[in-house]
Every structure is written in C-alpha cells, then in structure tokens.
Design a protein around this ligand. Structure first.
Ligand SMILES: Nc1ncnc2c1ncn2[C@@H]1O[C@H](COP(=O)(O)OP(=O)(O)OP(=O)(O)O)[C@@H](O)[C@H]1O
Length: 254
C-alpha cells in the first residue's frame, strides 16, 4: 500500500516494507509508501494498531525488524516529537520557562546559554500558546491543558521540518484544542510535515487532508474522506479484533 503519488512535492519519509515491533513481536507490518514534504497526515486506527510504534520508528527510538525508513536526509534535530501524555514525567522539577527553553537546546546546545534574543523567542512562544505569566510555575502544578500548551510552545521553538504528535488533543477542553489545532495549521502553512495520531475522526475530517489508517498493517492511506470510509473503518475494526497480542509472525494486510 502506498500514499498517493504527488509529482510536485518532495518525499520527506519513505517506508519500504517496514515492520516494527518489540523483542521480535511485530506491531506494524509491511508498511510501504511516501509522506511528502508539507503533508498534514493523521494516523488513525484501533487501540494497539501500532500508531505510536510507527512514530517511535520514525524518531529512531525503535529499529525496524524488517524493511526500512528513509528520512531523506533529515537529522534528528529536524524532527520534533510529542509523545503521549502518559509518557511525560511531570514530577521533574523544572519551570515552564525552562521546559519551553529546552526546545532551543537541540540547536543552541545544552550549554549554549540563553541570550536576550532567545528569551524573546521563549516569551513569544509562551504568548502564542496563551501562557504569559506562567514562566516560573513548576510544570508539576499545571493543569493537563496548560501542560499541553507548554509542550506546544517547546515544539514551536524546535523549529523542526518534521513534527510528530501522539494523541496531542486527548483530554483537552474545546478552547485548548482549538488553540493547538491553530498551531498545527500554522506549521502546515509554513510547509512543515506534520504527522499526528488521532482518535477523533470528526476532527481528522475537518483538519487533516491526508490519513493513514493502520490496524497493524496499513488499511488505507490517502485523502481523509476516502481513507476513513465506513468500509475501511469496519475493516480496521475487524483486523483489530482479530489480532493476537502475542503474535510472533507477520501477516500481510488483505
Ligand atoms: N514497549 C513495548 N514493549 C512491548 N510491546 C509493546 C511496547 N509498546 C507497545 N507494545 C505493543 O505494540 C502494539 C502496538 O502498540 P502501540 O502503542 O503502537 O499502539 P497504538 O495504535 O498507539 O495504540 P493506542 O491507540 O492504544 O495508543 C500493542 O500490542 C502494544 O501492546
């Protein structure tokens, strides 16, 4: 299965018969296709479909069990990754300002120091997510929505070509979602490539032009209205119900 060909756009990520998994247990099977530069791509599918695994494979945190991922020359500092909320340790004693400043470290270096210009950029990022005045707050004291705004401010400063978001809008109120979706739209207009794992099909239909529907193997990949057709969603659900958690062999998607 491949993403639709777009002759005008440059390839940003190419998957070739990619299989990813844990200790030889495959979680993403036989994915092939190309994500073009500037694509706004939703990754959807049932629980356990391999969506988070795919993002981890792209970051390089997981090595393929088979096949490959070609990032077309992108280095790790060109990739920004927002893991699922549960994977972020909020007990770490750090202020909102310092957490957001971490977005600069990959470019400035850990001991590069923060100059006046950097401070301005951090303040601007905090303003863009509506968190002026929160600079000195320890992140452990933030609400879920404020924490997610902080993480988006950090993403803003990373200035990455490829942005990977794992369930970025889960458990957020409508106004927080609207503000953060607006930032995703801004990244898209700036020509960045954005891949987001999402469960809210309505939001995907409204906001994401392209969708990859996964159920361990790829079910559909293309324009969102086609990928999320009732037939494809039913197929993904059936594939989700059929798999065994401890399967050790790959099965190609029908
Ligand atoms: N660290 C790990 N070690 C072993 N198995 C794992 C690990 N992480 C994920 N898995 C397994 O890989 C499969 C795919 O998990 P993954 O988290 O990628 O799914 P997902 O589509 O993101 O699911 P959800 O929608 O529930 O977040 C699942 O069966 C899961 O149990």
């Amino acid at each position: 299965m491949s993403a639709p060909a777009d002759a005008s756009a440059k390839a940003q990520i190419a998957f070739s018969d990619l299989t990813l998994g844990y200790e030889r247990h495959p979680a993403v099977h036989h994915l092939s296709g190309t994500v073009h530069e500037g694509t706004l791509l939703a990754v959807c599918g049932p629980n356990g479909a391999g969506k988070s695994t795919l993002l981890k494979g792209i970051t390089g945190a997981l090595r393929p069990l088979g096949g490959g991922i070609d990032l077309k020359g992108l280095s790790t500092r060109d990739i920004a990754y927002l893991p699922q909320g549960a994977e972020i340790d909020r007990s770490f004693p750090i202020s909102v300002f310092d957490m957001v400043a971490m977005g600069l470290w990959r470019r400035a270096g850990l001991f590069g120091g923060i100059g006046a210009k950097d401070r301005e950029r951090i303040e601007a990022a905090l303003a863009a997510v509506g968190l002026q005045g929160f600079e000195t707050r320890p992140i452990g004291t933030l609400s879920g929505g404020q924490m997610q705004r902080t993480l988006f401010a950090r993403l803003l400063l990373q200035d990455a070509r490829l942005i990977l978001l794992d369930e970025p809008f889960t458990a957020l109120d409508a106004s927080t979602v609207a503000d953060l979706v607006a930032l995703v739209g801004r990244w898209h207009r700036e020509g960045r490539t954005v891949m987001a794992v999402l469960h809210d099909f309505e939001m995907v239909r409204q906001t994401f032009p392209q969708t990859l529907l996964l159920a361990r193997g790829p079910v559909a990949w293309g324009p969102t209205r086609d990928a999320l057709s009732p037939e494809n969603l039913l197929k993904a659900r059936r594939m989700g119900e059929a798999w065994h958690q401890d399967a050790t062999s790959c099965t190609r998607a029908a």
